[in-house]
Design a binder for this molecule. Sequence first.
Ligand SMILES: Cc1cc2nc3c(=O)[nH]c(=O)nc-3n(C[C@H](O)[C@H](O)[C@H](O)COP(=O)(O)O)c2cc1C
Length: 162
Amino acid sequence: MVGSDDFRRVLSHFTTGVTIVTTCDGDGRPTGLTASAFCSVSLDPPLVLVCVDHKSQSYPALRERGCFAINILHAEQEVISRRFASTRLDKFDGVPHTLSELGLPLVDGAIARLECTTVSMHVEGDHTIFVGRVERADAPSGEPLLYFKGKYERLSEPKPGA
Ligand SMILES: Cc1cc2nc3c(=O)[nH]c(=O)nc-3n(C[C@H](O)[C@H](O)[C@H](O)COP(=O)(O)O)c2cc1C
């Protein structure tokens, strides 16, 4: 069986966008984590999935709340990605966001946001796959933040003075 270091190294060659998965806990407090294990599942009905580590602080809230949002980050939001990839408790402090009508935290400036109700959860190894039906979505657009071989990248060099 492949070792975990090798597994991580090989997987890191798959370039991804970067998302923040958000929901609210039982007390209505926003919670979230950086996640790249996100993809579309079905067009009709519109389904997506995200894989979340059982050690994530957000995991209980994701299981219990029954809904989550996916915020696809803009190239300029690396700082937000780093913040939500940490275990700090004040991740949302100073991060502009709005609560949607469904009660989900949406990160301002994200290039796309999808609000989902959880239709199924599948425990696989040390992660759970959350499958969500997309109830609302918008794509203010912009350049995406990318992740490749453990580093943040962008599609093009920033323009001088930008
Ligand atoms: C680019 C990137 C992608 C990540 N993707 C995932 C992912 O798909 N699923 C996951 O559970 N953790 C992922 N992580 C790790 C979590 O963000 C990290 O473990 C974080 O500390 C979880 O925060 P929490 O414990 O406060 O929930 C990723 C981290 C980075 C930097």
